[in-house]
Design a protein around this ligand. Structure first.
Ligand SMILES: C[S@@+](CC[C@H](N)C(=O)[O-])C[C@H]1O[C@@H](n2cnc3c(N)ncnc32)[C@H](O)[C@@H]1O
Length: 391
């Protein structure tokens, strides 16, 4: 979709053709019919742009909920945008410092921009790509959100006098996700310059950011939503409160290192815990183990265990029914005896491929189970489990 097609879409007939595409549907079997029907009334490029847009809205719904139905997207914009839950969490944290105004460097289609403005912050977005700028402006208008967007290069944006800034560099190049922050666009130097010049500064980076890249005195907060780790936010200056933090959404429970000491290592008890991804990324597994008075099954693996069930928002609990040294034959015999047909395979510290294991087990039956493949005191072990009852 180019700028001209997008502008058509935003014109008077754009809303009609978008509504018509949404009504006809964009499923693979119905698509040709939809396009042919609409081409009788609308220009071909506008119909094509509308089909793209309706499909992007469908992809955006898990991130933006009902807002997605009136928003506009680019393919990269959907992938890179911060989901509402995470953006709202960050905006709330920034809002507590009552910045008079805030610069959102690399604002994309406006995920963070919208949340910042809705939190009551006077925000200006900066975006290099002209189409993305128009999409962000369209989103502000569609949602009735008050903010401005400038088409400019974050690398040369004058930061003088800004009390607060946020930067979310692109983590994609040629359609692929970039893991090395030094390859971000713009380069990570923009983040360091912002942190030097702006009193309240924060940046969103990928969750795989190496800990050694986080400068001293800066807080790194790993955030997960519904159990999936989404990103790391760096908080600079007065915004930094602790070196490392894990926050789990939607509850907003947050964990820092309170120096409770290294957890013990011991045999599996009745309950097994799988820490949230944000906890693992933040290297706070020991903190959770200490809080639940649990022990690690292996000093280098993020599974822990207790004898009594302890509820924690930072780990998922399972009831362990069987523990055995790993053997395909024994595992198959046990699962067949229990009538297990549906098996969830979880693993840490095991080289076994779950898909190959499932094929090799050739299970059939109406029961369900979870098998955890890991090491216990260094030995390959299988733990048969079921999810613990919700607290
Ligand atoms: C990760 S996305 C931002 C997502 C945004 N926070 C959101 O929630 O929608 C990064 C954006 O930075 C833009 N960008 C890349 N280089 C830039 C630069 N030098 N100046 C300004 N924007 C840039 C990209 O076009 C892309 O839209």
């Amino acid at each position: 979709m180019d700028l001209a097609a997008f502008q058509h879409l935003r014109g008077e007939r754009g809303a009609d053709v978008l509504a018509a595409v949404a009504e006809h549907g964009t499923s693979a079997d119905g698509l040709i019919g939809t396009i042919n029907a609409l081409r009788r009334s609308y220009p071909g490029d506008v119909v094509a742009a509308a089909v793209t847009q309706v499909r992007l809205r469908e992809r955006a719904r898990p991130k933006f909920g009902a807002d997605a139905d009136v928003m506009f997207f680019t393919p990269d914009g959907v992938e890179q945008a911060t989901r509402t839950s995470v953006a709202r969490h960050r905006a709330t944290r920034l809002r507590r410092h009552e910045p008079a105004r805030l610069l959102d460097l690399c604002c994309g289609i406006g995920g963070d921009l919208i949340a910042l403005a809705r939190a009551g912050i006077a925000v200006t977005g900066v975006e290099l790509d002209p189409l993305t700028v128009e999409v962000a402006r369209a989103n502000l208008q569609a949602l009735g959100v008050d903010a401005t967007v400038q088409c400019a290069d974050a690398e040369s944006t004058d930061l003088e006098g800004w009390p607060a800034a946020f930067c979310d560099p692109a983590r994609r190049g040629s359609g692929r996700r970039i893991f090395d922050p030094r390859a971000y666009s713009p380069a990570i130097d923009v983040v360091w310059r912002m942190a030097d010049q702006v009193p309240l500064a924060a940046a969103k980076l990928g969750p795989g950011i190496p800990h050694e890249l986080v400068p001293g005195g800066v807080e790194a907060e790993w955030v997960s939503d519904s159990g999936a780790v989404k990103e790391a936010t760096l908080w600079f200056g007065a915004l930094a409160t602790t070196p490392r933090r894990a926050t789990v959404l939607p509850s907003g429970d947050t964990l820092t290192d309170s120096g409770l000491g290294a957890p013990s290592v011991g045999a599996p008890g009745r309950w097994l815990y799988e820490p949230d991804g944000a906890v693992i990324r933040a290297h706070l597994v020991g903190e959770v183990a200490a809080r639940i008075e649990g022990r690690l099954l292996d000093a280098s693996i993020a599974y822990m265990s207790t004898d009594s069930l302890v509820s924690t928002p930072f780990a998922r609990a399972y009831e362990v029914t069987d523990v055995m040294p790993f053997s395909l034959k024994r595992l198959r015999a046990l699962l067949r005896e229990r009538g297990v047909g549906r098996l969830t395979v979880k693993k840490r510290g095991s080289a076994i491929d779950p898909a190959m294991l499932r094929r090799a087990l050739r299970l059939s039956g109406s029961e369900e189970a979870t098998v955890v493949l890991t090491r216990v005191a260094g030995a390959p072990t299988a733990l048969i489990c079921r999810p613990a009852p919700s607290p």
